[in-house]
Structures are given as C-alpha cells and as structure tokens.
Design a protein around this ligand. Structure first.
Ligand code: ADP
Ligand code: MG
Length: 619
C-alpha cells in the first residue's frame, strides 16, 4: 500500500467540516479549548494506565500540556504526554469512526441553533477536534502511543474530503499537533492571545498548561467551583453552565458558595433559562452532581434541595463526605440534611437579590418557574411561608405588571384588612367580572389569578403578614367600607320590591334546575347579574382544584344574583311575562353570567339568540 494514500473522511464528518470551514465564524478561539481538552483526556487516561502498569513508554514524563508559537510561519504546536495514538487509532479516531455526535451537531445546525451557541458546545457532541478547521489551513497530528512497541505516525489534513496517515519519527510519548493558521486567523499565532484563551476557556484543566518558554503555568487548574468566587466572571460561570448541561442559553442566575466552616463545602448552582431541558441536554434527570473531595459520587442527587427547587442545576463538592458513601447512605446522613439547608438558603437569598437588583430577570424567572413555587406553597408544610415572597401576580390596578404580596399590602387602603383576589380563566374575562364591580367602584385593588396552578397555591396561602386572603366571588364576603356617597341612597332605576319579586319568579321558572336560587344582591353596580356558589358549597378554589384533577368533575350549580338597580331589569320587568323577548333576555342574562365565569359549555350556541335580540333592538 502506498504510504500516504488519501483516506476519505466519514460522510458526516465531511459535512461537519464543510460547516465549520464555511459558515462558523464566531468564537473561533474555542478550537484551542477543544484541543487542550483532548490533551487533558489523554493525560487522564495515562494517569489511569499507570495506576497498574509502569511498563509504558516514558513512565517518568511530566503530565503536562505545552504550547509554542512560530509567529513568522503562523504555526502553533500543542504537545501533550498523554496516551498518544497508534497509526490505526489516528485513522479511526480522527476521521473514519461512525460519529453519531456529528449527526446530532448537524441537526442542531439545521434547526437554526445560533452559530455562537453551536461553537460553544461542539465538544459535547464528541467532535471537538474538528473545530480546529475553523482556523487551520492545515493540521498535522504526530503521535506515539504509550504502548512499548508502538511506532509513531502522522496524520495530516487540510479540511477537504480526505486525510493522510504515514509513519513518522517521534521519540517520546504523546501527541503533538501542529496548526498552520489560515490568513484570516493569523491573530491566533500569538503567545499572549493563546494565554488569554487558555485562561478563559481552559482554566480548570487538571494538568498544567505552559505557553512558550514561560515557566509559569497559564491555567489555575482547580475546578471552577473550588475557586474563590471573586476570581470568576459571569462569562466563565455561563460557560461552565453550558458545559454542564449543554444548554445554549445563559442561565438566569448562579450561586457560587464556598465555605470552610462549619462544613467544608463548594457549590456552584444555577437557575437554568427555562424549565425544559433541550433535546441535546446532558442532564437526563433532575438533581445535582455530587462530589466528595473532587471525586464524582452521584450524578443526580435530589436530596440536596427541596422538591420545589428541583429545576436547579449544578455541582456540590464537600470535603466532609466519606468517599465510600453509597446511594442510600448519601440520603441518610445528617450531613446531607445540613448541606441541603445551606443550599436552600443560598438559592432563596440569590432569588431575593435578583428580585431586588434585576426585576426584569426576576420576572423571567417567575414566568418560567412559577409552577414549581406554587406547587411548593401548596404542598410544603414546613417552609411554605418562605416561598410567599417569590409569588407575583397581576391585579386590577396593574393588569400588565407583576406585583408581589408585599407591594399589594403596602398599597392597601386605610382600614382594609383583607387581601382580595379573584380566580378566573384568563386575564380578559377576569377584568370584566361582575364580582369586581364593588371593588372597582370603591378603589380596592384585587389580585387576579388565572393560572390553573393558582387554586392549588391558595391551599397553602391563606394569610400574608396577618392579612387573610379573601375571594371576592365568595357569597358570604363581608364588603370593605364604601367610599364617598353612602350606599343607602336608593338608585333612581331601582325596581320596587314587589316588581322585583315577580321578576325573580320569572327567572326561577325559566332557569329551573339550572340554578339553585335567584336573589337580589347589593354587590353589583355596572353588571346586571352574577353567579355565586350556594352557601356551604365547596369554594371556587376547591372546585377548580377538583376540575383539574378529575376530568368528570361537574361544576356545582350556582346562585344567580341580580342587581335590582340595573335599568335593564326594570325594563325587563315592564315586559309581559309570556313574551319571547322576555324569555330571550332572561336566558341571555344567565348565559352571559356563565360566560364571564368561564363556565359556559358552548358560547357559540348563543349566536342565534343574540341575533334575534339585535333584530328586536333595530325594529
Ligand atoms: P472527543 O474528545 O469527544 O472524543 P474529539 O473530536 O475531540 O472528540 O476527539 C476525537 C478522538 O481523537 C478522541 O476521542 C481521542 O480518541 C482522539 N484524540 C484527539 N486528541 C488526542 C490527543 N491529544 N491524544 C490522544 N488522543 C486524542
Ligand atoms: Mg474532545
């Protein structure tokens, strides 16, 4: 066989190279991170081999990574003393092995994942090596395996469809990669630039990295979570999050906590950008990565945070955990409970800081993770109160913004002693609810709750700062003080008692079984009627809870309350009882009330009646 007969790259690698060379221009510096990470992997493997086998090439070689630059030729060389590759390994590992990761990467590119984000995570797809072709005119990998009898070989490629492999001269163990930069990437042939990139992307590679003749190593070598927080900037935190999870977006917040006493603990936790993991995510389950003295002992640890914080991602590392802890004993130790308490406190604190310092980010958090917090309020008996301050909602006064319970209480009117709320299907129908008539008229702010989770949350939120929460749709509600004119003043349009009684009878006759009662109310001003629950029935909150958990749950029959002061009713009362128009109006009053409660089973069925009413009106 001819020595350097070209070998074709596997098809998906060809496509990958094509994208890397022709369409990824941002963040090209990450090629260096990928090459150092490969060198570091090879060194780790070497360490592992030597645990049991000293019969290797160069057993005493220092485990390190060295970079040198030829500024004139625009060539850099990256050397490691790792396991190296045989000639066959060079061929397979760098070009002919079937690569499912390459396919996944191409899919992600196809789906429009942003360039920068793709480059950020290329290593996670298992094709990091090829990122070098974003910057290289050619690449030469010369390697000699640690196996005593292995011979050195050289791999060479320019980024087109083939590569070559041939025998080479190399005395010492490990891999040497030479990169000749393309014209538009010559900036990288510069020592201080390389040092910069290493500090940024490879700071916690476990082996020393040296650049040029500098005897001082460039990287700090400690895992990011073990470094002092003040030495790490947001970009580094975000980078680590992306590598941990393979999410493309930055996290909403991070908490880096390092303590010496009473426990020696390092943790780096993140609130991810959204609750769902993306399709490529490296995190398959909830839970934190748990290390004991730098050794990973559990990939998904769920006992370190309460269930309502289960969306949090990150790493916890403690010097105090015994290395031989098993899954069961991890759960059991009192130490774990103490760590849990610390971490929960840290997340709490961080979210409050976020709410204070960056309300917009906090809203992003609330919009993404409110179901977890609401669930926690409903189900956690012990610390639900610590969650109250996280809650945000819309109100009748601020229908567009997010209001906290504290804001609400601060704005309460003099003498107001309850926190008023209303449940509903959606913001628009809630805004028109007749239950709000009185509160609007007298200037009381009412919280509007339209998320299905809200009724669950209310099970665990009945009081805040000594103020009870009160549903304004409750039939037995005690109204707060009225403003301005005394209520006693009879309205001009009020129906005489006798006529009103007759009218109620007409409603009852017509609606029959559909309502439990029809009666007058003084709660309404602009609205004609409203539906309320009969006294003693399940409240609105529980009805909603049942409706969500039980598909066949039927909403209990309601009481129709009429506004005796409404002009529509006095005119209706003037109509002869038997007339079709009267029947239509009664029907429409009832169904409109159903509609506004979100209880109408078939709103479109009202159209023929509405049309009939329009015809009468136009006559
Ligand atoms: P990954 O690192 O995820 O396996 P890469 O594309 O970065 O994917 O590298 C492909 C393979 O090439 C590695 O799995 C490894 O077998 C081999 N390789 C790359 N660089 C080196 C190196 N410096 N020393 C030894 N083997 C290497
Ligand atoms: Mg790699």
């Amino acid at each position: 066989m001819a020595e350097n007969k070209p070998i074709a790259f596997k098809a998906e690698i060809k496509q990958l190279l094509n994208i890397l060379i022709h369409s990824l221009y941002t963040d090209r510096e990450i090629f260096l991170r990928e090459l150092t990470s490969n060198a570091s992997d090879a060194l780790t493997q070497m360490e592992f081999v030597m645990l049991t086998d000293r019969n290797v090439l160069d057993p005493d070689a220092e485990l390190a990574i060295r970079l040198s630059v030829d500024e004139d030729e625009k060539i850099i060389t990256i050397r490691d003393t790792g396991v190296g590759m045989t000639r066959d390994e060079l061929t397979t590992n760098l070009g002919t092995i079937a690569q499912s990761g390459a396919r996944a990467f191409l899919e992600a590119a196809d789906e429009g994942v942003d360039q920068q984000q793709l480059a950020d995570v290329i290593g996670q797809f298992g094709v990091g090596f090829y990122s070098v072709f974003m910057v290289a005119e050619w690449v030469r990998v010369t390697s000699r395996s640690y196996k005593p009898r292995a011979k050195a070989a050289t791999w060479y490629a320019t980024g087109d469809d083939t590569f070559t492999v041939e025998a080479a001269e190399k005395e010492d163990r490990g891999t040497t990669i030479q990169i000749k930069f393309k014209e538009d990437a010559e900036e990288f042939a510069n020592e201080s630039r390389l040092r910069d990139i290493i500090k940024r992307h490879s700071d916690y590679v476990r082996f020393p990295i040296f650049v040029g003749d500098d005897e001082e190593q460039t990287n700090r070598q400690t895992a990011i979570w073990r470094q002092p927080p003040r030495e790490i900037d947001d970009d580094e935190y975000n980078d680590f999050f992306k590598h941990l999870t393979l999410e493309f977006e930055d996290p909403i917040a991070h908490v880096h906590f390092v303590a010496d006493a009473p426990l020696r603990i390092f943790s780096l936790l993140y609130v991810p950008p959204k609750p769902e993991r993306n399709m490529f995510s490296l995190r398959k389950e909830d839970g934190l990565k748990l290390y004991a003295r730098k050794v990973l002992i559990q990939e998904y640890t769920t006992d370190l945070l309460p269930p309502y914080f289960r969306f949090v991602q990150g790493v916890v590392d403690s010097e105090d955990l015994p290395l031989n802890v098993s899954r069961e004993s991890v759960q059991a130790t009192a130490l774990m409970a103490r760590i849990k308490k610390i971490l929960t406190g840290q997340i709490n604190k961080q979210l409050h800081t976020l709410a204070e310092k960056d309300p917009q980010k906090y809203e992003q958090f609330w919009e993404a993770f409110s179901p977890f917090i609401k669930e926690g309020i409903a189900s956690e008996h012990a610390d639900r109160e610590s969650l109250y301050s996280f809650v945000r909602f819309h109100t009748t006064v601020y229908p567009e913004s997010w209001v906290s319970l504290k804001d609400y209480v601060e704005r309460m009117k003099d003498g107001q002693d309850k926190i008023y709320y209303l449940l509903g299907e959606d913001d628009r129908s809630v805004a028109r609810s007749p239950h709000l008539d009185y509160f609007r008229k007298h200037g009381y702010e009412v919280i509007t709750l339209t998320d299905p989770m809200d009724s669950f949350m209310l099970l665990g939120l009945r009081e805040f700062e000594d103020y009870q929460l009160q549903n304004v749709a409750a039939p037995d509600l005690e109204l707060p003080a009225a403003e301005g004119t005394p209520e006693e003043e009879p309205a001009p349009e009020a129906l005489p008692k006798k006529d009103f009684k007759k009218l109620v009878k007409r409603f009852k006759n017509q609606l029959g079984e559909r309502v439990t009662d029809v009666r007058a109310t003084d709660r309404l001003s602009d609205s004609v009627a409203r539906l309320v629950d009969p006294d003693g029935s399940l409240g609105q909150e529980m009805q909603r809870v049942y409706r969500l958990v039980d598909r066949d749950f039927e909403v209990p029959k309601k009481v129709l309350e009429l506004n005796p002061n409404h002009p529509l009713l006095s005119r209706l009362s003037d109509l002869p009882a038997g007339e079709q128009l009267s029947a239509d109006v009664i029907e429409q009053v009832y169904e409109s009330a159903l509609l506004i409660e979100g209880l109408h089973p078939d709103p479109a069925s009202m159209l023929p009646r509405i049309q009939a009413l329009m015809e009468v009106a136009l006559d």
